[in-house]
Design a protein around this ligand. Sequence first.
Ligand code: 13P
Length: 287
Amino acid sequence: MSLVNGKSMLDAARAGSYAIGAFNTNNLEWTRGILAAAQEKGVPVLIQTSMGAAKYMGGYELCLHLVQDTVKSMGITVPVVMHLDHGNYEAAKECIEVGYNSVMFDGHDLPFAENLEKTKEIVALAHAKGISVEAEVGSIGGEEDGIVGAGELADVEEAKTLAATGIDYLACGIGNIHGQYPANWTGLNLDRLSELAAVIKTPLVLHGGSGIPKDQIQKAVKMGISKVNVNTECQLVFAAATRKYIEEGKDQEGKGFDPRKLFAPGTKAITELVEDRIEWFGTEAAK
Ligand code: 13P
């Protein structure tokens, strides 16, 4: 199946009170691991690249071709969206040019009026090419590939104004943090989510999906979260499975050092994690 934009699948998720997983890729193994899980479960999926991961891999065009060609070679039949995660203005424009299906313009660190203006420009450019757009209001806490947010709660009026630009999905800070949650984290602010969801019908996005307890994620999904971003958990399970393989000395048995063998346990761990999260998010309701 060829890649699709995210609009109709996320509108359906919001209407059906389930969410679709958006998983960050870093390389071929990540891409294959994520796609295998979505195919096995028979559900749509978003594969996303941060600006840093795209730079690491060799640029947006390469990332798009990697996902497109892997979808084709694996015979993937579920809908797959190629999405830019936390793009600045230039990155969003470049990904629209290159042909991503979906872009996030993250203007949370700009004065709100400028975030609004630039979001409008990106929406016009993207929609002219059938590409969907995510915007952000209220920063997500923590740090991801150099994008740092202090973790404030989204202002409801600002969120309403940003949603009215015609964006397709909205990321809003509700106490969520990128990376691992500190021990003293007080949890998602579901009251703020409820206020946002009451006035905004645009699908809402939960960033920092790694490490949030299942019951909190499921409550948030029922309340209007339609896309959940997961990155760190894939990294952790990949690293743990690879470490186990090496600590068991398997890289030193026969040709166990061959990357096709060395990376296999980590890739499988990503597939298992993604399948698990698809169940948490209730994505099977999309079928
Ligand atoms: P985690 O790394 O915390 O899962 O966050 C991912 C994310 O929000 C990507 O935008």
